[in-house]
Design a binder for this molecule. Structure first.
Ligand code: FAD
Length: 501
């Protein structure tokens, strides 16, 4: 059998990785069909549900994704999960398509594993009270992710008595959460943040946020751009203790690291500059600042606290706030290559706080019997070609892109570059199949694939891209009425109703 000559690709997940892989494949090959499978009705993954609502400029890539979604060579299957325990297994897809690309991203947040972290579970174990909440859950909540709307009560940020929130993890997600907690609610109200989140934030009593990192400022992974944004928040003071920071930066190790990375140096300079800019302001300026502060809203503050790890957490005796036990760490840096984290004996101390979140990394989980590196929590691969270490071989026709390939690092620009690498690998492999007569690609006509998907009940269950656009219009209209960018539909059944109406 000669096949149709058109290659069919299934992409699992419609996040940035899924769309960027698709986009490059469409550029590289005329004769290609791409079917994108997405577990929830709405596309775009973390671009829609991760990126903060006050970062609309980051989400402009959605315009490009929309063009791809409406390309006649692309079909969107929203509300269809891939996996043995879901709607279609990976092996079933592999039996239908010439190429399967796994772009399902990450599915959970890492935990600290300390006593008391889980707090008390109520409402059928769905809602956590106290402990250290998942930053991922909170981000999902304010961004309107369907499963996350009942994880927090409206008074979540106004129940405590200390006014203090603690964040663990020094990446961009922590800085996002800090910014959302400290921002003026009026400035957020025009974005696509959910109404529920706005209500919670408008009654929030949190006025100070501490961000803890177990290692030093040199190992922090937030970017200069995010740091600058937080430093520039109106009426929010950076209340940082420079003593330890100056000591850290004075070491030979620090100098070596900074001489190797201009990016790192720029970030450290920004922290330093803040100190000098505050010292430089004249007494008159400071007085006028103070008058402004008392006239308008109360000044809020935040800080970075490095070399500190939490060890346990519990409620205070009246259950009005919580107490966390922390310990100071030291980084053994004999040379740049060897660094070991050591707890400093006797350095334990306690802090009282209202709410705490951890954002110490997102994690992927295994999908079906696809090889999985349980250490790195990624699908092992060579330039995007899935690799099976147990047989030391590349799995034909199976690829990976995005955070499932790289782990949860970098920004969208990195995810794009990495997705392109996978697309180039796919294109090269397709070309070598075409060049060598011996290989026998599946090359099923797309109509045959459609028949199987119809029999499997997929067409009944899914929403296509034009139906997604109906949901999008609905969100824009309700947003418009409320004087904001969009009001997201947070209920899957409601999404399906709008799509099928
Ligand atoms: P995802 O976006 O997670 O996409 C995976 C998709 O697969 C999802 O739609 C998911 O629903 C779907 N899926 C999962 N499992 C299945 C399954 N079994 N079957 C079918 N579909 C499935 N980058 C920036 O440049 N700027 C920012 O401001 C920024 N902010 C961020 C904020 C947060 C909180 C986070 C976590 C990340 C942020 N990033 C930001 C990074 C950026 O979001 C990532 O680089 C990028 O989105 C990763 O894309 P991905 O496609 O691999 O994963």
């Amino acid at each position: 059998e000669t096949g149709s000559g058109v290659f069919n690709v299934a992409v699992v997940g419609s996040g940035a990785a899924g769309f960027y892989t698709t986009s490059k494949l469409l550029d590289l090959r005329e004769n290609i069909n791409v079917d994108i499978f997405e577990i929830i009705p709405a596309p775009y993954g973390l671009v829609r549900y991760g990126v903060a609502p006050d970062h609309p400029e980051v989400k402009v890539c959605i315009n490009k994704f929309e063009t791809i979604g409406t390309d006649p060579r692309v079909r969107y299957f929203g509300n269809v999960g891939i996996g043995n325990d879901k709607d279609v297994s990976v092996n079933h897809l592999r039996s239908l398509y010439d190429v399967v690309v796994l772009s399902q991203g990450t599915s959970r947040g890492r935990v600290l594993n300390i006593p008391g972290e889980e707090g008390i579970l109520i409402a059928g174990n769905k809602m956590q009270v106290g402990g250290i909440h998942s930053g991922r859950d909170f981000v999902n909540f304010y961004n309107g992710y369907p499963d996350s709307q009942n994880l927090f009560n409206e008074d979540f940020l106004s129940r405590g008595t200390t006014g203090k929130a603690l964040l663990f993890g020094v990446g961009n997600v922590s800085l996002d959460v800090a910014r959302i907690l400290l921002s003026d609610v009026d400035s957020l109200s025009k974005t696509d943040i959910t109404e529920r989140a706005l209500e919670m934030l408008s009654t929030s009593t949190i006025d100070h946020v501490d961000i803890f990192g177990r290692r030093g400022s040199l190992q922090s992974s937030f970017t200069t751009k995010e740091l600058r944004e937080l430093l520039k928040l109106p009426r929010v003071k950076f209340d940082f203790d420079y003593t330890e920071f100056d000591r850290e930066l004075g070491t030979e190790y620090a100098k070596q690291l900074m001489s190797k990375s201009r990016q790192l140096k720029r970030k450290m300079d920004l922290i330093k500059q803040y100190q000098s800019s505050r010292v430089a302001s004249s007494p008159a300026e400071r007085l006028s600042d103070a008058i402004k502060d008392t006239k308008s809203k109360k000044e809020k503050s935040w800080s970075l606290k490095f070399f500190t790890s939490p060890t346990s957490v519990e409620f205070n005796s009246q259950k009005t706030s919580q107490i966390i036990k922390l310990v100071k760490n030291r980084l053994d840096t004999d040379s740049v290559s060897s660094k070991r984290l050591v707890k400093i004996q006797g350095s334990e101390f306690f802090e009282e706080f209202d709410v705490a979140f951890k954002s110490i990394g997102y994690e992927s989980t295994p999908i079906d019997d696809v090889p999985f590196d349980s250490q790195k929590k990624i699908i092992p691969n060579v330039s995007g070609r899935v690799y099976d270490p147990s047989t030391d071989s590349i799995l034909k026709g199976l690829y990976v892109s995005g955070w499932a390939k790289t782990g949860p690092t970098g920004v969208l620009a990195n995810t794009m570059q990495d997705a392109y690498e996978t697309a180039f690998a796919i294109n090269a492999d397709i070309q070598s199949v075409l060049d060598s007569q011996s290989s026998t690609p599946l090359n099923k006509p797309i109509s045959e694939i459609s028949e199987v998907l119809l029999e499997d009940g997929i067409f009944k269950k899914c929403i296509d891209f034009s139906q997604w656009l109906k949901i999008k219009d609905h969100e824009l209209n309700s947003g418009n009425k409320a004087g904001k960018l969009a009001e997201k539909v947070t209920d899957i059944n409601e999404m399906l109703e709008i799509a099928k109406s």
